[in-house]
Design a protein around this ligand. Structure first.
Ligand SMILES: Cc1cc2nc3c(=O)[nH]c(=O)nc-3n(C[C@H](O)[C@H](O)[C@H](O)COP(=O)(O)O)c2cc1C
Ligand code: SF4
Length: 417
């Protein structure tokens, strides 16, 4: 395992600063200067570095950038910096926006230069009041500095920045829903294709990137693709901010090399399980992914390894459950969250999430019947892929994983009845 990097994201004190001057005196500005010297090298460098989307999908960042860059020249192009962050257990983007806004903004400026984007929207959950105010103040400082003029000159058009409140609801973080919201509409996810890179905000090419993804960009451009690759784990490069919560002694956000084993994250960094109990399970990647058990503690927490184990890294949220605490109430709570978050466009999602939440709650509280259990199991088989976006798939994934690892708990609850 390589030594944790000293100058990425949150770890280095020079990345945690208030004023733009401070940022530029420390690590800041170097990535942007390198970008201005050689804009054509940006997409190849991001490709070689292996940066992947850290908003949950793990999609190769260079592919989206290349798709936007390849659109016919002329007219507006947009970047939405996605700071909606409303998933339980995830708080990394809030930290980056509050503690280190300038590296996110610098990353966004470099992304704009790489893809000929002329308008950047910082789209932030309004519940994150301090993050919104911090970014607005930081954007105002960038608007007064020379870099913006240099970028506008390179782009051949004025580069503008805006801070916008998202609707502050989970579904508003889905990329096409975010586009709808920035247009002033209710955040209904759109059907795809067309993809945002081709037709997004106001029908124009639009790049949507997560805050953590963008925060990596200045460092990669400054220090090079090989440096970034060296921090990671084979096909998954760089670092990851893992958010650990639940039954751990030291819940928090830990920026560590991508591929850090679950065991080391929980026991070495997050202080182990509360009251020195045994680990029972981890909701890996937040509530919309699979559950890992204590037999899987050696797993490397990166996109590809987790996929091989039929799990997913998601946003990197790890919600820990100690032995002695039941799983079913957690699952019922998450299904309730998805039912409330469903936007209502797709009947299987709207009624399916509600029904799964109701049945799981009944079973968790000892009031369910065997027929409830059978219906719940059949819904988990029927519903995947039945929605326009992945919300429904997330809800089903966590349920299926609970049914597969903790079926006995569901059965015990039925017997109690
Ligand atoms: C229901 C739902 C909610 C989402 N919420 C967020 C969010 O709050 N922030 C985010 O960056 N991505 C979120 N995503 C993922 C985005 O659709 C998109 O993949 C991401 O912003 C792209 O950025 P990246 O490629 O840098 O990861 C969500 C996806 C779904 C299906
Ligand atoms: S799957 Fe659910 S959240 Fe997604 S568009 Fe359909 S109804 Fe809305």
């Amino acid at each position: 395992m390589p030594t944790p990097p000293l100058n990425t994201l949150l770890r280095h004190p020079a990345n945690r600063c208030g004023s733009l001057d401070e940022w530029l005196r420390g690590n800041g500005g170097k990535g942007l200067e390198a970008a201005l010297r050689d804009p054509a090298a940006l997409i190849p460098t991001i490709k070689a570095a292996g940066l992947r989307g850290l908003g949950g999908s793990g999609f190769p960042t260079y592919r989206k950038w290349a798709m936007v860059a390849a659109q016919p020249a002329g007219g507006h192009r947009y970047l939405i910096c996605n700071g909606n962050e409303d998933e339980p257990g995830t708080f990394k983007d809030r930290l980056l926006l509050e503690e280190s806004p300038h590296q996110v903004i610098e990353g966004a400026l470099i992304a704009a230069l790489a893809t000929a984007i002329n308008h950047i929207v910082f789209y932030i959950n309004p519940h994150l009041k301090r993050a919104t105010e911090t970014v607005a103040a930081a954007v105002a400082q960038w608007q007064q500095c020379d870099y913006l003029q240099q970028l506008s000159q390179q782009l051949g058009t004025e580069l503008t920045l805006e801070v916008t409140a998202s609707p502050g609801h989970y579904i508003a973080g889905e990329e096409s829903a975010a586009i709808e919201a920035v247009e002033g509409h209710f955040p209904f996810p759109r059907g795809k294709p067309p993809y945002p890179a081709v037709s997004g905000l106001h029908g124009r090419p639009t790049l949507v990137n997560n805050i953590e993804t963008l925060a990596n960009v200045p460092h990669i451009i400054h220090q090079g693709a090989a440096w970034f690759q060296g921090l990671g784990n084979g096909t998954c490069s760089g670092t990851k901010i893992y958010c650990v919560s639940g039954d751990v002694a030291a819940a928090g956000a830990y920026e560590l090399p991508m591929g850090t084993p679950l065991q080391s994250l929980i026991f070495q960094h997050a202080g182990g399980i509360t009251d020195e109990r045994q680990l029972k399970a981890v909701f890996t990647g937040g509530p919309s992914n699979s559950i890992l058990t204590r037999d899987e503690l050696d797993i490397a927490l990166d996109f590809d390894t987790l996929k091989q184990h039929h799990a997913a890294l998601g946003t990197g949220a790890m919600i820990v459950v100690a032995e002695g605490n039941p799983i079913t109430p957690h699952v019922a709570k998450y299904l309730d969250f998805f039912a409330n978050a469903s936007c209502g466009q797709c009947p299987p999602c709207t009624s399916g999430t509600r029904e799964m939440a109701r049945l799981t709650k009944m079973i968790a509280s000892g009031c369910g019947t065997i027929d409830d259990f059978k219906l719940l199991s059949s819904l988990s088989e029927m519903l995947p892929g039945s929605g326009r976006c992945h919300l429904i798939d997330g809800a089903v994934t966590v349920l299926k994983s609970a049914l597969s690892h903790f079926s006995h708990e569901f059965q015990d609850n039925l017997e109690q009845r």
